[in-house]
Structures are given as C-alpha cells and as structure tokens.
Design a protein around this ligand. Structure first.
Ligand code: ACO
Length: 323
C-alpha cells in the first residue's frame, strides 16, 4: 500500500533550438525524413558551458516557484541521468550543494530512458516503508554532449532538458497504484555509450564515448515489449485501458508511440509526449511531457495516469499513478 504522493512538478529546457532545418546544414538529412520517421520538428540543446546539473537546478527552481514549495526539508535527492557533469560527484550532490538541504541523502541512478520512472518507483518504496518523508526525483540529460553530429542516424533524435517532481508522505491520498519493472540485458548491445571497457560480450564497442544504437532493433523491441508490459501492469492493478485518462510513454519517437498506442488500443488523444519540440530527452522526456500536459490544461488532479519508461539496458518501468 502506497503512502506517497507527487505534490509538485517543474521543468526546464535550454534556450537554444536545433531545428530540422539546422540539422540539414550539419548532416545529409532533410525535414521530411525526420518528420516522417520520428515526428520531431525541433529539439533544445545546451550551450558549451551548460551541463545537466544546471538544467536540473532550474527545473527544481521552477517546481518551487510553481507550487510555492520549499526543498529545505527534502531528505533524499534522486537524479536520473546518463549524462552527469562528472563521473563523480553525482548531479544529486551538486543539487544538495546548491539548495543547501541540511539533512539529505543524494544519488544518481542510471536506467537510461526508464530512469525517471525507476526513480519514482524507488521514492514510493522508501516513503511508503517509512524510511523517508520527502524526496526530489529528477530526470535530467544533456544528450547533445554525447551525440556524434556526423552520424545522421542518431544526431537527429536527441535533445536536452530536465524535469523534477516532489514526492511526499501522504497516507490519506497516495499517488501510486501499481508498477512493473523488467530487463533484457542481452539486448544491451543495441544501445550503449562506452565507458571504461571498450568491449561488450566480446564485441568491440563503437562511438568513442558517444551514443551508439541499432535503431531498428531498439524500435522493434519497444514496439513488441511495451504493449505486453502495459497489459501486465493494468492486470496487476485490476484496471482496463478505458480506465486510463493519460498514457505517458518515454518520448523516443512519435511513430514508435503511435505504434505502441495502436497495439494497446490507446488513443493518441489520451497520450502525452514531449517528442515533437524536444526530441528524445531520455530520463527527462516523461516529466517534460507531464509538465506540458499541465501547461496545456490536459492533465488534472485525480486523473489516472500510466507512465512507461524504456531504453538502454535494455530496461523498462511502468507505473500507474493518480495525479
Ligand atoms: N536522414 C536521412 N536518411 C537517413 C537518416 C537521416 N537522419 N538516418 C538514416 N537514414 C537513412 C539510412 O542511411 C537508410 O538508408 P539506406 O536504406 O540507403 O541504407 C535509411 O535512412 C533507413 O534507415 P533505418 O535506420 O533503417 O531507418 P528506420 O526506419 O529504422 O528509422 C530510426 C531510424 C528513426 C532511428 C528508428 O529506427 C528509431 O526511431 N529507432 C528507435 C531509436 C530510439 O528511440 N532510440 C533511443 C531509445 S531510448 C534511449 O535509451 C536513449
């Protein structure tokens, strides 16, 4: 039984716009190809001196301002990112330094595009078990800094941004209904960024520290596995698709989302995404889509919402919440 509620949300995207027309000047691509295959029109990217911690700090400030919240008494900071400023210290520690919480734990987690929903799952568990009272969960990425802008098959996809939520103890009115997690480590080779090792399962890694993907394989995996995971999640909660007000999948690619929705019998009108104007922002894509949904007055208090993150690992998390 959950005892945790999401009480506030904020977001931030960098000012610099990278449009499809801009990409036409960088690689051999064109607006039609990008829109037809991905639904993306533009994405935001950071300047040279702007990093993931900067985006996360601005997302938290936005949350505090929008909901008149303080973070002084936050007792845990969880930042989901694959593009931290440093290997260590973590972005979460940088946030503590900025906001000066007196007594808080802080760590980054890496579950790629499923990271934000992993963070929510962990926060709900820690609050519901009585270990924590007030947790900041943030998804923040500067993927443009790990993108090879000579590789047209990846550089058109990714953008930068951050989204933050506050999860607080609330026994009377909890947000969390149900969640599922799943992993397919065998598929890790289809989407990676090399680190200390330059080999995976005996295969030489490419990209020189930038993201590398077999787009077709990732696409097939997501479109096949997300509808199955979604069904499991709904059954676990004794809900039907008709009971869901909003579906918020990871904004990897609009065509992928359309295909998942079609297979799952969910209308695109009941789906929130950030992909058209922000590209694929990995961990940040779900909170960015939620915040857009609020700004566009679609998402309301009490709505039943399914969040579904999936990505490199390969790994996924689905969560059903009451907004
Ligand atoms: N502009 C023009 N042509 C291009 C471009 C481009 N930007 N990129 C590739 N092409 C060409 C290819 O060279 C190929 O040409 P060829 O047939 O002459 O060889 C052709 O277009 C088709 O290429 P495919 O890679 O087969 O295209 P596909 O239809 O699979 O679409 C895409 C590619 C959009 C990348 C798709 O596979 C996809 O979205 N995959 C999922 C990617 C994803 O979401 N990854 C992230 C997961 S989340 C995370 O954890 C970060």
């Amino acid at each position: 039984q959950s005892k945790a509620r999401i009480t506030a949300i904020g977001s931030y995207i960098p000012e610099r716009v990278l449009s499809n027309a801009d990409l036409e000047n960088i690689v051999d691509t064109n607006n039609e190809w990008i829109v037809q295959r991905t639904g993306m029109k533009e994405r935001r990217i950071t300047s040279e001196n702007e990093f993931t911690s900067d985006l996360c700090i601005k997302a938290v400030k936005n949350l505090m301002q929008n909901y008149d919240k303080t973070v002084d008494d936050v007792d845990l900071i969880i930042v989901s990112t694959t593009t931290a400023d440093f290997v260590f210290p973590s972005v979460a520690c940088q946030l503590q330094e900025t906001f000066k919480m007196k007594s808080t734990g802080a760590f980054d987690l890496n579950a790629t595009c499923a990271g934000f929903t992993y963070g929510l799952h962990v926060a709900n568990g820690l609050i519901s078990s009585g270990l924590h009272k007030k947790i900041l969960v943030i998804g923040g990425e500067t993927l443009s800094k790990a993108t090879d802008y000579t590789d047209r098959s990846t550089c058109v996809l990714f953008g930068d941004g951050a989204g933050a939520v506050l999860v607080e103890y609330d026994e009377e009115n909890p947000s969390f209904i149900s969640s599922v997690l799943g992993t397919n480590g065998e598929g890790g080779i289809h989407l990676y960024r090399s680190g200390l090792s330059k080999e995976m399962n005996g295969m030489k890694l490419l990209g020189d520290g930038n993201m590398v993907q077999n787009g077709r394989e990732v696409y097939k995996w997501a479109v096949r596995s997300v509808p199955i995971g979604l069904q499991t999640l709904l059954e676990k909660a004794h809900l039907r698709t008709e009971d869901i007000d909003w579906f918020v999948p990871h904004s990897a690619n609009l065509r992928m989302i359309e295909s998942i929705c079609e297979k799952s019998h969910i209308s695109m009108d009941n789906t929130l995404y950030s992909v058209k104007k922000m590209g694929n922002t990995s961990s940040a894509s779900i909170p960015l889509a939620l915040d857009l949904g609020i700004k566009e007055q679609k998402l309301h208090y009490g709505d039943t919402v399914v969040l579904y993150g999936f990505g490199g690992g390969l790994t996924y998390t689905g969560i059903i919440i009451k907004w």
